[in-house]
Design a protein around this ligand. Structure first.
Ligand code: SF4
Ligand code: SF4
Length: 448
């Protein structure tokens, strides 16, 4: 590993925007394009926008450092054309440094921040079905991750996290918190809930993890937490359907209108996913095991679970995304994989006209009134008394503790390391205090 990758590894940087893939592994390549994803397409989130506004110079410097390491690929920041202030900030930083960085401005559609959409918008290339951006010469790094890389190069461990707390709270804000801060402390920092009964979403309103307030009681901010959203329970129920219920609903109500397929962003890029066919197969399946062997069902593996089909497209209120999510799990259990590149067709000529407008899908998801309540320019720093850091914060193996319970730790100290030779990341104390090690986490009670 060279110096840059070593510092990223030492600092425990993982992708902030998705599954938490270790960044030192992702950057170990020689791409033609380095794409910085600043699209942040989930409505209500302002985290990446804040980072681009407040830390444009650090981002430009970090992108320059990475570009040198990657063999000077073309470097493009991808963001929305509506992000006027962020565009101004980045352009000023690029000019000041004389950096060879371009901006690509996407329209305000959902999911413009999906890696495959980012690659297509910036380069016109299509990531093959079940492939990676690197298959078409691209590496995509999220803006907040790039910021963490810049800090790592300066010797700072990944111990602070920017996130958006929004929705039914008194003061929707972007926060900067130590990793491991409880959701409760984050919500309190934003003035608490404005309603009595609410649900909580970790992440964005369309793809985030939904939970009851009770379920969220033990939750804490991880390296991949981009937002905590509170939504009034009466507007955003937590209805969860079993497969049997989804099957019965599909049989009773699916009119095979094909809207779910016609508006599917992956289908529009030429991937052979056709949710209406999956719904038809499911509706009349007598044996789910046998269903899993059908080629059209394997196409569920190409679903990115964006939710356009069920939140926006389906006129009958059915759940193609949830069906796909279920099938993806079952196919994975059986070891069924999609053969990379199979079935690819040209990008749809209608893609431009069939993009889902961000505001419209936010309205459909019941979060229209919260669309712009959080601004990207301010940020509140939170200093909790207690943090709980999960040993597994992203893809790969959990980190292995290198401290004992009862030990005093200092902010920034390595407390759990990536297992030798495994995919994973180091973990550092995000506050100073006394640590308690358990099977899945390390809790630190602060000094004061
Ligand atoms: S969730 Fe629906 S719209 Fe999104 S990729 Fe999957 S099938 Fe397509
Ligand atoms: S949009 Fe809904 S009703 Fe139409 S084919 Fe898809 S699942 Fe069926």
């Amino acid at each position: 590993m060279d110096e840059l990758l070593q510092s990223v590894f030492e600092a425990g940087v993982v992708g902030c925007g998705g599954a938490g893939f270790p960044t030192h592994v992702k950057l170990n390549c020689k791409p033609e394009y380095l794409l910085v994803n600043g699209v942040e397409c989930e409505p209500m989130l302002r985290t990446d926008r804040h980072v681009m506004l407040a830390h444009a110079e650090e981002l430009v410097e970090a992108a320059g450092n990475i570009a040198v390491r990657l063999g000077n690929p073309r470097c493009i920041f991808v963001l929305k054309d509506s992000y006027k202030e962020e565009i101004r900030s980045l352009n000023a930083a690029i000019s000041a440094k004389g950096a060879k960085i371009e901006l690509c401005l996407a329209s305000s559609f959902y999911p413009a921040g999906d890696e495959q959409a980012v690659v297509f918008e910036a380069t016109g290339r299509v990531v093959p079905p079940a492939g990676l951006p690197l298959d078409v010469g691209c590496v995509v790094i999220n803006a907040a991750t790039l910021f963490a890389v810049g800090n790592a190069v300066r010797g700072q461990a990944f111990i602070h996290k920017y996130l958006t707390v929004s929705g039914a709270v008194h003061a929707p804000s972007v926060l900067c918190v130590p990793v491991g801060t409880s959701f409760a402390d984050c919500i309190a920092a934003c003035g608490g809930a404005t309603v009595k009964e609410y649900i909580i979403i970790a992440g964005g309103p369309l793809m985030g993890r939904r939970m009851t307030a009770g379920e969220a009681a033990g939750e804490c901010v991880g390296k991949t937490t981009s937002g905590i959203l509170l939504l009034p329970a009466e507007k955003a129920g937590l209805r969860r359907f079993s497969l049997e219920q989804m099957k019965n609903r599909a049989r009773a109500s699916c009119i095979q209108c094909t809207y779910c397929t016609e508006l599917c962003p992956r289908h529009l890029l030429g991937h052979p996913i056709e949710p209406h066919k999956i719904m038809r197969k499911l509706a009349y399946a007598s044996d789910i095991e046998a269903l899993l062997t059908e080629p059209e069902i394997a196409n569920a593996l190409l679903c990115c679970e964006c939710g356009v089909c069920e939140i926006y497209a389906c006129p009958m209120g059915l759940q193609p995304r949830s069906v796909n999510a279920y099938l993806r799990k079952e196919l994975a259990k059986k070891g069924i994989r999609y053969s990379k590149g199979a079935g690819q067709t040209p990008v749809s000529e209608d893609r431009e006209y069939r993009k889902t407008p961000s505001r419209r899908i936010a309205e459909r998801a019941g979060v229209g009134e919260y669309y712009s309540v959080c601004k990207a320019d301010d940020c509140i720093a939170v200093n909790p008394q207690v943090v709980r850091l999960l040993l597994k914060q992203g893809a790969g193996s959990p980190s292995q503790p290198v401290i004992q319970s009862g030990e005093r730790v200092k902010e920034g100290q390595l407390i759990a390391k990536c297992p030798e030779g495994a995919l994973g990341a180091n973990l550092h104390a995000s506050i100073s205090g006394i640590a308690t090690v358990s099977a899945d986490s390390i809790r630190i009670v602060g000094d004061q």
